[in-house]
Design a protein around this ligand. Structure first.
Ligand SMILES: C[S@@+](CC[C@H](N)C(=O)[O-])C[C@H]1O[C@@H](n2cnc3c(N)ncnc32)[C@H](O)[C@@H]1O
Length: 237
């Protein structure tokens, strides 16, 4: 269960992943207490925005293009993108608090200025993002849920893809990286059903990382274990 689901008006949303992992060190606990509030993308929490008023994007993000990373893990890709594209603002969402603390450490070390952090479920952010407010979205190594009866828990289902489609600007990119062949299958089936168009002409394209890609912790694990990364790109027409 996500923390926002504690509000009486919040819809029931199952979250099956981990929220807490092994003990954090004192520095990581300090980052959460000291840095997180100032990095919030705005009134996402149900406690402060129970009527789900849309975020004032121009005020919060200074009129700059805003990108979205779903499930940033330890934040390698999020900070890399922030550093590579200072002219853009990037919202990262991640319910796993140890990952959030790792990201905050990286932001401090790099002094990254253009990253906003929602320490929770991206669906709470979808609720309050205006239509066509996001210019690019990243889904890197989503939880694979390998058992067939768990496939409906995967991110690439219409419950997640429909609001993602709504918040993306026409012409914007949605990138999916995964090492799981059956996840590739479901992505290629479900993402176009939500209205997106695949840019790949064939499997060759799926093997080539984006020119601005940086490898993540999960990708490193996949490579160590002999699995092949796939990089899928879709356009929101
Ligand atoms: C397999 S990990 C990959 C992490 C990172 N992207 C990487 O490549 O190393 C998937 C992450 O997605 C997060 N996640 C799962 N469902 C989510 C949701 N609804 N909103 C935001 N993040 C989510 C999980 O907490 C987990 O950290």
């Amino acid at each position: 269960m996500t923390s926002s689901n504690k509000h009486p008006d919040a819809p029931w949303r199952n979250f099956y992943g981990r929220i807490h992992g092994k003990t954090m060190n004192q520095a990581q606990k300090d980052y959460l207490v000291e840095d997180l509030d100032a990095l919030s993308p705005g009134a996402v929490s149900w406690d402060i925005n129970p009527t789900r008023q849309p975020l004032d994007m121009a005020a919060r993000f200074k009129g700059k293009p805003v990108w979205l990373e779903i499930g940033f893990g330890g934040g390698e890709h999020l900070v890399h993108m922030g550093e590579t594209y200072p002219e853009v603002e990037i919202i990262g969402c991640e319910p796993f608090m140890n990952g959030v603390a790792m990201l905050l450490g990286k932001i401090r070390a790099m002094q990254t200025q253009n990253v906003a952090v929602h320490p929770g479920d991206v669906r709470d952010v979808f609720d309050v993002l205006p239509d066509h407010s996001i210019s690019k979205a990243f889904l890197n190594y989503p939880d694979p849920w390998p058992k067939k009866r768990h496939h409906r828990r995967r991110f690439v289902t219409q419950d997640h893809l429909a609001p993602l489609f709504r918040v993306l600007k026409p012409g914007s990119e949605f990138r999916v990286a995964t090492d799981i062949p059956d996840y590739v299958r479901q992505t290629l089936e479900e993402v176009p059903k939500a209205g997106f168009v695949s840019t790949a002409k064939g499997p060759e394209d799926w093997r080539t990382p984006w020119s601005d890609w940086t490898s993540t912790r999960y990708e490193q694990k996949a490579l160590r274990e002999g699995r092949t990364p796939h990089y899928l790109t879709f356009i929101r027409p």
